[in-house]
Design a protein around this ligand. Structure first.
Ligand code: ZN
Ligand code: MN
Length: 487
């Protein structure tokens, strides 16, 4: 996780420092400070609103307990400290999407402090409210308050990341965690999860607690895919370097930059405010919380509510099933496939896991990807396990398995029944196949003679004839064995 760059022109050594700020909308029934439905994507604008989330004078907010618990669960999963005491603050700024002219956030006392993910240390996670959505069309600006005051968590890492790859890895793992905990859908494209990256280059080394060591940082926003997060960071590193080396004009100023997809470049949006500009102060309308006195918010209680965490599951799959790392990631990120795999795996043993995983992560995923008519819901883990057992026992060829899988995907049903109906069962009965083999030998005197004379390649020819005679239903392994014996 270290990335030093040597300037080509000056030969100077630059240390790259990256910090992330990630917002995620919490999945709760209601909004953060009122009882309106938490449904920001409701197609009808301004339907989930009330006097509180539209900032009417005289209204009083009350805190959504579940939203706070969700954030604290994330903290417990990341090994962070939970707040003994917490308060909410007003972050003051004026914009149409923030009807009170302040956002309720947390400044000095966040719910969560410290912890780490993929080796990257966190500074904090705090709770706040989302803004409304601005829509600009036909020269007009419209505001939809359905999203106003939706619970939002903001996670801040320490400035301890040194390359784009690690930043992306962190964000991906966080998304996986939020989804696993069920606290956020964390879709980047929908803005349910928003990643901002701070980038700076310094000649004075890496962060050691002293911020003055770091160079001037720029912040890139509106990064709506993991790919773009990586691209924007790489771009900023190059841009900073060029300016520092005197190869490009201008200077690096603390500012917020956006990402231009067409240009593949960042562009200046606005000079960055410092926290002083926001005039933070404790919100007098919301009581202070002594979480240490509330058992339901204790680490012990919240820990019991955690499901198996992504990194725990990853470890378990790799050790217990010994399948490929790519397959494991696929299951971690695709619940429906994981359900089929894990149910089937529990019914199989060491001999079956790899085969099973191939059929689920390659063949079945292929059917789903190619929009083949059918549904994953038609296939249960139980039937999948039965199919793999049939293959292992020689009853089903790999060709037959593909046909069977397609049929189950299209119309459901039981593996055994379909295999029989569709004539996919391989004939492995030696007594029955022996007759076929004898006939072929009699019908091919020339090849028989050549084989006996040492032309062993001809075995393939004989097996082929056997498959032909049984119209593909014979087990080629059994055929080969019989030919060897009888020739
Ligand atoms: Zn409301
Ligand atoms: Mn924020």
């Amino acid at each position: 996780m270290t990335n030093k760059i040597i300037g080509k022109k000056t030969g100077k050594e630059y240390f790259v420092t990256i910090g992330l700020e990630i917002h995620a909308e919490m999945k709760t029934k209601t909004k953060m400070f009122c009882r309106c439905k938490n449904d920001p994507f409701n197609s009808k604008p301004n339907t989930n609103i009330c006097p509180i989330c539209t900032g009417q004078p005289g209204t009083l907010p009350y805190v959504n307990k579940q939203a706070c618990k969700n954030v604290m669960k994330v903290g417990v999963a990341l090994g962070s400290d939970l707040a003994d005491f917490s308060e909410f603050d007003r972050k003051n700024y004026f914009y149409p999407d923030i009807p009170k002219a302040y956002q309720i956030s947390q400044f000095q006392y966040p719910l969560v402090s410290g912890g780490s993910l993929v080796g990257v240390e966190l500074e904090r996670i705090h709770m706040e409210e989302d803004t409304a959505t601005s829509i600009h069309k036909n020269g007009k600006s419209l505001v939809d308050y359905n999203r106003s005051s939706v619970p939002l968590m903001e996670l801040v890492t320490r400035p301890v990341i040194h390359d784009a790859e690690t930043a992306v890895k962190f964000a991906k793992e966080l998304q996986l965690l939020l989804r696993t905990l069920g606290v956020s859908d964390a879709n980047l494209e929908k803005g349910e999860m928003r990643i901002e990256a701070n980038i700076s280059l310094s000649e004075n080394g890496y962060f050691d607690g002293d911020f003055s060591k770091l160079g001037v940082k720029t912040e890139v926003k509106n990064l709506n895919s993991f790919k773009v997060v990586g691209q924007a960071i790489e771009y900023e590193i190059k841009r900073h370097l060029a300016i520092l080396e005197g190869e490009a004009e201008g200077e690096i100023v603390q500012e917020t930059r956006g990402w231009d997809e067409n240009e593949g470049a960042t562009f200046s949006q606005r000079k960055k405010e410092t926290s002083d500009d926001y005039r933070y102060f404790p919100d007098p309308d919301i009581p202070k919380y002594k979480f240490s006195e509330l058992e339901e918010f204790s680490k012990e209680v919240l820990k019991k509510e955690l499901p198996e965490l992504p990194w725990e599951k990853r470890e378990r799959y790799l050790t217990d099933y010994k399948i490929q790392a790519d397959d494991v990631e696929f299951y971690l990120n695709n619940k429906a496939f994981d359900k089929i795999f894990s149910t089937a795996a529990s019914l199989l043993d060491n001999n079956g896991y790899k085969k099973l995983s191939n059929y689920v992560s390659t063949d079945l995923a292929g059917l789903e990807k190619n929009d083949e008519e059918g549904s994953l819901e038609n296939i249960s883990g139980e039937q999948m396990a039965l199919m793999v057992k049939m293959i292992l026992e020689g009853e089903l060829s790999s060709r037959g398995a593909k046909d069977l899988l397609l049929e189950m995907y299209k119309n459901g049903g039981e593996a055994k029944v379909i295999a029989k109906e569709k004539n996919l069962i391989q004939k492995s009965d030696e007594g029955e196949l022996k007759k076929v083999v004898e006939e072929i030998i009699t019908d091919n005197p020339k090849q028989t003679e050549d084989y006996k004379a040492g032309e062993e390649k001809l075995l393939q020819y004989f097996v082929g004839q056997g498959m032909k005679a049984t119209r593909g239903s014979a087990n080629p392994g059994v055929l080969a064995k019989l030919f060897k014996e009888l020739l």
